[in-house]
Design a protein around this ligand. Structure first.
Ligand code: FAD
Length: 387
């Protein structure tokens, strides 16, 4: 498939360098150990991130002065693929580097960049995203968390739900309302909130997947102008620029690729590969996983060329996440109920990879923009249907 995605010799070398690091025994042991932790505990594989950070491999598309490699979004996409293909959850990287770090890089003051980016790039600090609220996800403009003026700063009050890794992070990018007006999008401000502070309470919100959600109460934490990212009241612009850059479908396509590989092995080992009922569907999904990866890479290449395309990005995100979800469902049919034994169980099939995929699958079509919202963009902006 890589023949269709032309990479330079340097980019292939970069992929090889990543593989070499992610195949080291210490990394593989850490990945395996993390999958066997009691339910509800997670390491976030921060050690693995630090190893990458030490070698400048974490924030590859940032300038060298901020701890990056001066690469492009192509190297970033290669990194995401390799993390996932080697079983390293990409959540810490996506949140801290791809969303918060990128937002600081694009909209931060020189002081904010110098203060925050090198630590993120080294993997010494991590960051999370506090956007969603109880009942408010897709329609972010309705958010109710408020920033009340307090001297030369503000105090934040509100509840943020469904964030990931906040309990392990040092700071978060938080959206709050600084003013109310006739237009909902106006009056939202983004704050860089230190999380280990008085006025921040974090509770776990358990869910199906391996990684917990956090339920965060902001109870008067104080922030100042130095913590504002971008302009006061104009955070919507930042949200709209940064979130679509996360939507390339690269992550879901890589997850589907990894799962398909494991599923084909399992089907071959159990004789299912030649059973017509499964063979045709596996063949079909094999073609769709390839298509998902190509759509994702098309999107990455458009971004590389400075031609971001909302419709391409929505198409790739929707398609790749739906294919990954369908594969997880088929995996259960191929493996039978043994497929839902997790990695902690000695009898787990394929080290619990099918169980983990099945539990992660529903979130893929929700996080970073739901499938329905992606199809809305495709329908209205892409096909010109009335909104
Ligand atoms: C794995 C995962 C990780 C996440 N991580 C974070 C995080 O780190 N930080 C954070 O802030 N949030 C996070 N979220 C929350 C995520 O952003 C929201 O779940 C998402 O935006 C959807 O919002 P919601 O859950 O409130 O659903 P809603 O927006 O209420 O949607 C419910 C259903 O209605 C549909 N719907 C909504 N509006 C429309 C419309 N206009 N047209 C058609 N259909 C519509 C949706 O598609 C969906 O099926 C995460 C979610 C998941 C699953």
């Amino acid at each position: 498939m890589d023949a269709l995605i032309e990479l330079t010799a340097e980019q292939e070398q970069f992929r090889a360098e990543l593989c070499e690091l992610l195949c080291q025994d210490a990394v593989r042991d850490e990945v395996a150990r993390s999958r066997r932790l009691p339910y509800g505990q997670e390491t976030g594989l921060l050690d693995v991130h630090r190893r990458l950070g030490e070698r400048g491999l974490l924030a590859v598309n940032w300038p060298v002065e901020y701890g990056g490699r001066g690469g492009t979004i192509v190297e970033k996409a290669i990194l995401t693929e390799e993390l996932i293909l080697h079983g390293v959850p990409d959540t810490v990287h996506t949140l801290g580097i791809d969303i918060v770090g990128l937002a600081v890089f694009l909209y931060g003051t020189p002081e904010q960049r110098a203060r925050l980016l090198p630590g993120l790039a080294r993997g010494d600090t991590t960051a999370s995203v506090l956007f969603s609220e109880p009942g408010i996800g897709s329609d972010l403009a309705s958010l109710t968390t408020r920033a009340e003026p307090d001297g030369d700063g503000w105090r934040l009050y509100g509840r943020k739900r469904y964030s990931m890794k906040t309990h392990q992070s040092d700071f978060a990018l938080c959206a709050a309302r600084t003013s109310a007006g006739p237009v909902a999008y106006h009056g939202i401000t983004l704050f860089l909130v230190p999380l280990r502070s008085v006025g921040v309470h974090i509770d776990p919100l358990w869910n199906l997947s391996e990684e917990r959600f956090d339920d965060v109460t902001l109870d008067g934490i104080r922030v100042t102008r130095a913590d504002v990212l971008g302009e006061v009241d104009d955070g919507w612009q930042v949200v709209n620029r940064v979130l679509p850059l996360e939507r390339t479908g690269i992550d879901s396509a890589a997850k589907a690729d990894r799962l398909l590989d494991a599923l084909l092995r399992q089907a071959a080992a159990t004789g299912r590969l030649t059973e017509p009922a499964y063979a045709q569907r596996l063949l079909d999904l094999d073609a769709r996983v390839r298509a998902a990866r190509l759509l994702a890479w098309r999107c990455v290449l458009h971004l590389r060329d400075g031609r971001p395309d909302e419709v391409d990005s929505a198409t790739a995100k929707w398609y790749a996440s739906e294919v990954a979800k369908e594969l997880a469902g088929l995996a259960l049919e191929v493996t039978g109920l043994d497929g839902v034994l997790d990695a902690r169980d000695a009898a787990a099939v394929a080290d619990g990879v099918f169980d983990a995929a099945l539990r992660e699958a529903p979130g893929l079509t929700l996080a970073a923009g739901t499938s329905e919202i992606m199809l809305y963009f495709v329908g209205t902006s892409g096909l010109g249907l009335p909104s």
